[in-house]
Write a protein that binds this ligand. Sequence first.
Ligand code: KIV
Ligand code: ZN
Length: 386
Amino acid sequence: MSNRVYIFDTTLRDGEQSPGVSLNINEKLQIARQLARLGVDIIEAGFPITSPGDFAAVQAVSREVRGVTVAGLARANFKDIDGAYEALKEAEQARIHIFLATSDIHLKYKLRKDREQVLEAAVAAVKYAKKYTSDVEFSAEDASRSDVDYLSRVFGEVIKAGATVINIPDTVGYVTPEEYGRFIRQVMDRTPGIEKVVVSVHCHDDLGMAVANSLAAVGAGARQVEGTINGIGERAGNTALEEVVMGLYTRKDLYGLTTGFNTKEIYRTSRLVSSLTGMPVQPNKAVVGKNAFAHESGIHQDGVLKERTTYEIMNPEMLGISSNNLVLGKHSGRHAFREHLSQLGYDLTDEELNLAFGRFKALADKKKEITDQDLQALVEDEIRQI
Ligand code: KIV
Ligand code: ZN
């Protein structure tokens, strides 16, 4: 089994399903370009059939972002698949991502179909998508609450029909790590043809276990992890990808696995997503929270000053958090100012930068030290509102 874990980012699709979040096409492009720099393997750019805006965003990302696979979501019907391909067709590598629920609860109340009908629809959809692209992912929505034998049968048939990735979502964030790891192993043991495809996981955080569940699944043999930056998403959110990647990296001794992530871009990506979605990152959030590397108690401070690894298991510089934080004040120049804003995830036009720099100088005259919060407020309240 390969030791490479593929990272599938769905910030622009599942992440955008966070209540209150709506990104315009330019914001989506900015995020997609940054995700490519970050080194994600797949960007799920949207669900093209749902709206003209989503269609246009998937099309723009496909056209303009290179070096990654671009995925578009589709239900298991021909119209959705046609729409997804139409939006994706200029991508360097296009993936059609089809989903259909397999749990009895979804079959009975949502789809009003029996198991055989769902199986048939899944196979027909995958076969249809294959005429457009070789790269087809099939997600069994609510897989973790599905009957394992039925689920494995569905996966076996969609693999025969040409699926190259099978995804086992914990759609409602219900499972625990031990349970999910066991479930992934059972599916892998029972699904014919499983060795030909990539096994993927997609977890939600309703019980706060999305990252732990994803890592348990990887331990059990999954080789694609789906999630979002900062863990944003529907309800309590999705797996926070930066946490999974740093978990795999920091505990390489345990997992022995690698990703293609350029970890130095993590902090910048987190800031960009937070500023464009308007979803703040909680201060004590793992990896990217403001306090993630702050040491308050005297004993900890003393330890870190003597030897960093006494209380730090990750090096903040690895995440792109610079340790020689340039302090900005009234003598700071435009270059340091731009650099600092970029580290906070703001990529301003020249015109916005000029405006922001003028306001910053005015503020610096009144305030000796300008904090990151001051800069965030300045950009978000004064520049982005204009
Ligand atoms: O949570 C889920 O099941 C999904 C699928 C569309 C993969 O988002
Ligand atoms: Zn989801």
